[in-house]
Design a protein around this ligand. Structure first.
Ligand code: NAD
Length: 398
């Protein structure tokens, strides 16, 4: 394989968001370049044109390709010679800008990597899915926790039946940074996350509850059936939830729970999942991602470590590792695994080949739609005092 992957050249990336003082845009760029398969060549880094141009130097993007807006970037880039223009766009803006930017990127013929939650509303997400289906574009949604080697290992173990039939999924994502009303102190990340116009129908449940739900769905492959949720606003004068529980009934009879909090003192980024099957159970935590516990009654607990050379590591786990055992891999590498799978599909699309569009290794637009359905049904159920509502969306994978 050529160093730049099957395409034999680097993919050219444009980013929307990631300007000075922002969080996840820099992670996108770092993850995209980790395997030497992409390079950032253009950006509309900020909603403020001057700040966008000022941010370009931080990424070694030439001033001529630092644009004042995403519309200007797409309009200028689409007419550049084929060997120069961007191949794909990464969207790292607050939620309300995902839909207009993604729609415009698809219309300009670019591939898209979009952060979660997919859009502001379910209707927008469904429209995006239709546009993606009608295009030749690859569409990746960065539910990045699916990229961890031991998460991929667990998924292959579960789908292969090693835990038997899955009967219970407990996913929780616990943070504490919004314990106080940080949004009133000029903290930008808190401000848009607690504003319905920029965040969407949910706060905490949209921001991190969707990740927890997606992780359970991705690791087990179980199809959801119905949901009952209770969301709470504990910090006074905050318009969106900062805590919540949901119970999910899966089609096979399994029960799932999602708990998400942004008000738990001292808790940092504790995404944790526990899965119970008839033959065994497993547990994985994002804050200790290179270990996973697998348990069977009457046997010692098995502590799996991230080890590409160990006989207990399966193909999916091995393929997601870059370093030998004992060298911790974490957030950047998992994010890069999502990018890498997307790049394989983009290379196929660019060379006229066929590529999987539904059952992809990377989270795709359908997972994004499912995430938006999870958000909207959680809010609706909570508003109806926990009423059971449907959760099986027609666009769900399988
Ligand atoms: P942020 O506030 O730190 O950064 C947002 C950036 O987008 C800023 O640079 C801002 O100027 C820019 N922006 C806003 N409107 C724009 C526009 N019209 N054109 C160009 N740039 C624009 O936010 P963040 O914490 O980085 O979150 C961004 C997105 O990523 C959100 O959707 C969030 O849910 C998601 N996120 C995902 C993860 C993950 O693990 N996958 C982690 C954090 C955030």
């Amino acid at each position: 394989m050529a160093t730049n992957g099957p395409l034999g050249r680097k993919l050219r990336m444009g980013i929307v968001g990631g300007g000075q003082g922002s969080f996840i845009g820099r992670v996108h760029v770092t993850a995209a370049v980790l395997d030497n398969r992409a390079t950032l060549v253009a950006g509309a880094f900020s909603s403020d044109a001057a700040r966008s141009k000022a941010s370009a130097a931080d990424y070694d993007v030439p001033a001529g390709r630092a644009y004042g807006s995403y519309t200007e970037m797409f309009e200028r880039e689409r007419w550049l010679p084929e060997g120069e223009r961007i191949d794909f766009v990464s969207i790292a803006t607050p939620n309300h800008m995902h839909f207009p930017v993604a729609k415009a990127a698809l219309a300009a013929g670019f591939h898209v990597v979009c952060d979660k939650p997919l859009t502001l509303t379910l209707a927008e997400a469904e429209e995006l899915a239709r546009l993606v289906d009608a295009s030749r574009s690859v569409f990746v949604v960065t539910h990045n926790y699916t990229g961890y080697p031991l998460v991929r290992q667990a998924r292959e173990m579960i789908l292969g039946g090693e835990l038997g039939e899955i009967q219970a999924v407990r996913a929780e994502y616990i943070q504490g940074w919004l314990r106080t009303r940080l949004e009133s102190e000029g903290q930008k990340q808190a401000a848009w996350r607690t504003d319905p116009a920029r965040s969407g129908a949910a706060g905490c449940f949209g921001d991190i509850g969707t990740h927890a739900y997606n992780l359970g769905r991705s690791m087990t492959g179980l199809l959801p059936d119905t949901i009952s949720a209770h969301l709470k606003v504990f910090v006074p004068d905050r318009p969106l939830d900062d805590y919540g529980h949901a119970v999910i009934r899966y089609a096979n009879g399994a029960l799932g729970t999602v708990t998400a909090s942004q008000i738990s003192h001292g808790r940092e980024n504790d995404l944790r999942i526990q899965i119970d099957g008839t033959l065994g159970s497993l547990e994985w935590r994002q804050e200790e991602p290179n270990q996973m516990l697998v348990r069977h009654n009457g046997k010692p607990h098995f502590l799996y470590t991230r080890d590409p050379n160990a006989p207990f590591t399966n193909d999916a786990g091995r393929a997601a590792c870059r370093l030998p055992s004992g060298h911790p891999e974490a957030f950047f590498e998992a994010f890069a695994n999502v990018y890498r799978a997307g790049f394989d599909a983009m290379a196929a699309a660019i060379t006229g080949g066929s590529f999987e569009r539904v059952d992809t290794i990377y989270p795709n637009v359908r997972d994004g739609v499912e995430g938006m359905y999870f958000i909207e049904q959680s809010v609706a159920s909570s508003n109806a005092d926990g009423a059971w509502l449907p959760l099986k969306h027609p666009l769900a994978r399988r």
